[in-house]
Each structure stands twice: as C-alpha cells, then as structure tokens.
Write a protein that binds this ligand. Structure first.
Ligand code: CA2
Length: 165
C-alpha cells in the first residue's frame, strides 16, 4: 500500500518560528546509490544539519520528504503562512511541476531552491526549473552544505525571521 504521509524526522516545534524544509522524490534514497553525484550523506543527515543550523538562530525546522507531488503540496499549504521561509529541493518535480510552483508562490516567507548536484552541468532537462524565478535564491552543486547556506540566507532576508532588539 502506498503511504501518503510525508516522512518527517524532526518533531513539530513549539517555538516561535520555523523553517520549512521540503525534499522531493527519491531523496529518501540519498546515501544509498549514486554517491559520485549526490555524496554519501543521507536524508536524515540533511534534516539534522537543517535543525542544527536553524537552532543557531533560535528557529526550529519542520521537514517533509515525499515521493508524491500532492503530499508536498499539502505540506506547503499547511505551512505556507507560518514558516519563516522555505528550503526546497523538489528533486525531479523541479523540472516538471507547475502545481508545486503555484503552491510555493503563495507562501508568506521567501523560498530558497536547493540542489545537491550542479544541475547545470548535467543533462539539459535538468537546466530548467519551474521554481527558480519565484525563489529568492538558488543554490546548486554545494552538496548538502547548500541547505545550510539556504537557511542562513532565509534568516538574512525573511521579514518573519527573528531580529536582534
Ligand atoms: O541535485 C539535486 O539535488 C536534484 O534535485 C536531485 C534530483 C534530480 O532529479 C534533480 O535534477 C537534481 C534527484 C534526486 C535523486 O536522488 C537519488 C539519491 C540516491 C540515489 C538515486 C537518486
């Protein structure tokens, strides 16, 4: 049976603000295949890195990964007005999904698009993104460090981020 619940590994926070981290199809397989492209880190490593990075700014994370487009849409809808910002690696949906783009265009906080690999050095079909022109920034080819950079950038630019008094 297909499990349509998003995989979440970081519990919902009770704190004042959170960064939403969305990962798309097949990213649950990270660390198991194609290490020459994606490295050896796992999805759990990414989510822990995001939680650690966000915590340095007094923020929590809510993480979701799904292989189902509609599940990712539901996560965006659930968090779209509450999240300080979104870090999204939509995987192959980056190159195909107008629906995910339309959902992400409704968020209150900014969007950072992340790709572990340098999509521009790969096949031509990976060069187009339905998300890049609605994103505040795009980080490609930096491995899982890109997620950390994306959170640092969201904190710098989001009107919903905590500020020094
Ligand atoms: O580089 C990225 O982060 C991508 O978003 C990864 C997607 C790909 O479709 C995008 O073009 C670029 C694919 C993720 C697949 O992940 C796997 C992990 C391990 C083994 C096989 C696939």
């Amino acid at each position: 049976m297909v499990d349509l619940a998003p995989r979440t590994s970081v519990p919902d926070p009770t704190g004042p603000g959170f960064i939403a981290v969305l990962n798309g199809p097949n990213l649950n397989l990270l660390g198991q295949r194609e290490p020459e492209i994606y490295g050896r880190d796992t999805l759990a490593d990414i989510e822990q890195l995001c939680a650690d990075t966000a915590s340095t700014f007094g923020l929590d994370v809510r993480c979701a990964q799904s292989n189902h487009e509609g599940v990712l849409l539901d996560a965006v809808h659930d968090w779209r007005t509450a999240a300080v910002g979104f870090v999204v690696n939509a995987g192959a949906f980056t190159h195909t999904s107008v629906a995910l783009r339309d959902a992400l265009a409704t968020t209150t906080g900014p969007l950072m698009e992340v790709h572990i690999s340098n999509v521009h050095a790969r096949e031509p079909f990976r060069h187009h993104s339905y998300l890049s022109d609605i994103a505040a920034g795009v980080i490609v080819g930096c491995g899982i460090q890109g997620y950390r950079f994306a959170i640092e950038r969201l904190v710098a630019i989001s009107p919903l981020a905590p500020r020094e008094a």
